[in-house]
Design a binder for this molecule. Sequence first.
Ligand code: B1M
Length: 213
Amino acid sequence: MDLQQISEQLQAGKAKIVTQLVQQAIDEGIPAKQILEEGLLSGMSVIGEKFKNNEVYVPEVLVAARAMNKGAALLKPLLLSEGATAAGKVCIGTVRGDLHDIGKNLVKMMLEGKGLTVIDLGVDVEPETFIRTAVEEDCQIICCSALLTTTMGVMEEVVRAAKEAGIRDKVKIMIGGAPVTQAFCDQIGADAYTPDAATASEVAAEFCKKAQE
Ligand code: B1M
């Protein structure tokens, strides 16, 4: 099956057809990671480009996002079983002022796939909420997602709040999202920037392993 079909139907916001095609691809034995990347994520990236160029608007993006979520839900159990196991606890959220959650949800899914326990704080999360959760739940890692250049700065507040709470040496802070870069990570003093969900889960598992040594 040509995974391009999934990408095209996702762009058209046809959630039902996307679900059927994803199931068909699974049945044909195509690896879940490939379906995710070459079907769903490739479609989302075309929509993103069109959104940027004002060729599509918020409603079209929302229906595409819904199709993406439906397809990803089918892939979830497969992505989970393809992963290795690690032990540790992570809290994750999209930072204050930012409502984008598709990437954050994918990172969550991949972290769970590594066997990590994930506390999902949702979107529009205050720095204090990340810190309070990390303390109360004894998390080894805080994961922050931001998709807007205007909200990236909140990640620096998270790093600062962790220092002020005296937990900076106990908790790793990982950051990601389309506008985030390694240079930004270095600048704000976070522990790791990862460009995608799979890499985030690998780095997180590694951090948790080291914390246990
Ligand atoms: Co918005 N939006 N949006 N949007 N949106 C962007 C981000 C934008 C780049 C589009 C554009 O115009 N060029 C632009 C930001 C420009 C900027 O800041 N430079 C933008 C804008 C402007 C806005 C609004 C302001 C539009 C408006 O209202 N006029 C508004 C803001 C709302 C708010 O948050 N306060 C807005 C609203 C929306 C929708 C609600 C319509 C919808 C969100 C729906 C939802 O999330 N439930 C939406 C969407 C879907 C997008 C685009 C098209 C796609 C984002 C996405 O889901 N990508 C986006 C364009 C783009 O990114 N090219 C855009 C797919 C997702 C899988 O990728 O999230 O990057 P991503 O996640 C990746 C990696 O980044 C990484 O892993 C993921 C996959 O491997 N990753 C992490 C993500 N988080 C991580 C955390 C980690 C590690 C890795 O922690 C350890």
